[in-house]
Design a protein around this ligand. Structure first.
Ligand SMILES: *Cc1c(COP(=O)(O)O)cnc(C)c1O
Length: 379
C-alpha cells in the first residue's frame, strides 16, 4: 500500500491523537458535557489567537468565517479596503462585492506583500473606509504580511482591521490583542491539524460596534446570534460536534509545545525547504522580505511542467504537494510545512521532488536539495 504524505496547505496531516479523538461516539450538543467541551475550546482558542476577545465557532470551511466578517461589517454604500496579491486577497474583494460594498483595491504583484505605508495612504485618500481586509499568510503565493505594522496604521482610524489567518494561525505569529487586530478568522484544516468543517472568528469591541450598526440582512452567519450563544457557552446552531471534541486535543498539543516553540519549529522547516530549493537552483516566488514559514512556493524551470510534477509525486510516490493557482498554474509548486509536519517529512518531500525533477529531465546534482536541508536541520 502506498503512503499518503500531505505537504499541502490544507488539508494538513492529522496526528494519531487527533484521529483517535475524531473516532469517539457522538454526544449531544445541548448537554453539560458538551458545554464543558465548548468552554475548554474557547479558552484554548484564545491562547492560539493571543486574545481575550470572544472567539465564535461556525460550522463551515474557512471561507464561511470570511463571509461572516464581510456580511456583518459592510454592505451597500459602504467602502472597504482590500489587498490583492493572491487568490485569497481576491476573495476578500469578491465577498465585499457580493455584499454590494464598494471595494477600494490595492493591487500588488503576486509574490510581494503589501506595505503598511500603502494602507496608510489608501486610508488617507479614502477616509470613509469602514473595514480593511488583509491576509496574514497568502497561501497562493507563500507570502507573509506584516500585520503588526498594518494594525498600527489602522488602529489610528475608525476603520476595523480584519485578518484572514486561515492558513497562518498557530504557524506564524499573530498577536491579536497586543497588535490591535479587530477581527481574526481561521479554519480547522490548516495549522489546527483537523478535518475541514469548523471555522473561527474572533471579534473585539471596536469591530462588534460595527456589527451592531451594520444593516445587512444575515441569518446563519449573524454574529449577533453567535455572541448571544457564546455568552452561554453554547452555539447558535448545531455545531461541528466531532471536530470541536478533536479541536480540544489539538489545543492540548499547542499548549504542550508552546506557541513560541511552534513558530520556531515552522521557521526551521521553512529555512530547510528554502535552502533545498536554492541548492536545486530553483527560484522562490515570494520576495526575500516576505517569505512565509507556513509554505514555500518554488518556481519551476521553463522545461518542467509543474502540473505534471505534482501529479507524478502524488500518484507514483504518494507524496502530495500543491501546484500553482490561476496564472501560476503549472509554473510553481507549493510545499507546505504547517500543521503536523517534521524535518523528516520535509526531507522525504525534497527527496521525492529531486527524483521527479530528474525524471522530467531537469539537470542538477542528485541529493543537493536533501543535503542543503539536512545542513539547516543539523544546526
Ligand atoms: C485555505 C484558505 C482559505 C479558504 O479556506 P476554505 O477552508 O477552503 O474555505 C482562505 N484564505 C486562506 C489564506 C487560505 O489559506
Amino acid at each position: 500500500m502506498k503512503r499518503n504524505l500531505l505537504l499541502t496547505p490544507g488539508p494538513t496531516q492529522i496526528p494519531p491523537r487527533i484521529c483517535a479523538a475524531l473516532g469517539k461516539p457522538i454526544i449531544h450538543h445541548r448537554t453539560p458535557e458538551f458545554q464543558s467541551n465548548i468552554k475548554e475550546a474557547i479558552e484554548g482558542l484564545q491562547y492560539v489567537f493571543q486574545t481575550k476577545n470572544d472567539v465564535y465557532m461556525l460550522a463551515s470551511s474557512g471561507t464561511g468565517a470570511m463571509e461572516a466578517a464581510v456580511a456583518n461589517l459592510v454592505g451597500p454604500g459602504d467602502k472597504a479596503l482590500t489587498v490583492q496579491g493572491g487568490k485569497f486577497g481576491e476573495r476578500w474583494t469578491e465577498l465585499c462585492k457580493a455584499y454590494q460594498a464598494e471595494a477600494e483595491v490595492i493591487s500588488i504583484e503576486w509574490g510581494t506583500a503589501v506595505k503598511a505605508e500603502q494602507i496608510k495612504k489608501a486610508l488617507e485618500e479614502n477616509k470613509d473606509v469602514k473595514a480593511v481586509f488583509v491576509t496574514l499568510n497568502e497561501t497562493s503565493t507563500g507570502v507573509v504580511t506584516d500585520i503588526k505594522a498594518i494594525a498600527e496604521v489602522v488602529q489610528k482610524t475608525d476603520a476595523v482591521l480584519v485578518v484572514d489567518a486561515i492558513s497562518g494561525l498557530g504557524v506564524v505569529d499573530l498577536k491579536m490583542d497586543d497588535w490591535g487586530v479587530d477581527i481574526v478568522v481561521s479554519g480547522s484544516q490548516k495549522g489546527f491539524m483537523l478535518p475541514p468543517g469548523l471555522s473561527f472568528i474572533a471579534v473585539n469591541e471596536k469591530a462588534y460596534k460595527l456589527v451592531e450598526t451594520c444593516n445587512n440582512p444575515r441569518y446563519y452567519f449573524d454574529l449577533r446570534k453567535a455572541k448571544k450563544a457564546f455568552q452561554k457557552s453554547d452555539t447558535a446552531f448545531t455545531p461541528a460536534i466531532g471536530i470541536i471534541i478533536a479541536l480540544n486535543e489539538a489545543l492540548k498539543m499547542f499548549k504542550e509545545d508552546g506557541l513560541e516553540n511552534l513558530f520556531k519549529h515552522y521557521e526551521r522547516l521553512a529555512q530547510g525547504t528554502r535552502a533545498a530549493a536554492k541548492a536545486l537552483k530553483l527560484e522562490l516566488l515570494a520576495s526575500e522580505d516576505c517569505q512565509s514559514n507556513a509554505l514555500t512556493s518554488i518556481k519551476m524551470p521553463e522545461s518542467v511542467d509543474g502540473v505534471k510534477l505534482v501529479k507524478l509525486m502524488r500518484d507514483t510516490y504518494g507524496i502530495t504537494i500543491a501546484g500553482g493557482q490561476a496564472d501560476l498554474k503549472g509554473k510553481i509548486i507549493r510545499i507546505a510545512h504547517m500543521g503536523c509536519v517534521d524535518e523528516y517529512d520535509i526531507l522525504a518531500g525534497i527527496s521525492c521532488l529531486e527524483k521527479v525533477l530528474k525524471e522530467l529531465g531537469y539537470d542538477f546534482p542528485i541529493g543537493a536539495g536533501v543535503a542543503a536541508a539536512q545542513k539547516i536541520f543539523n544546526q
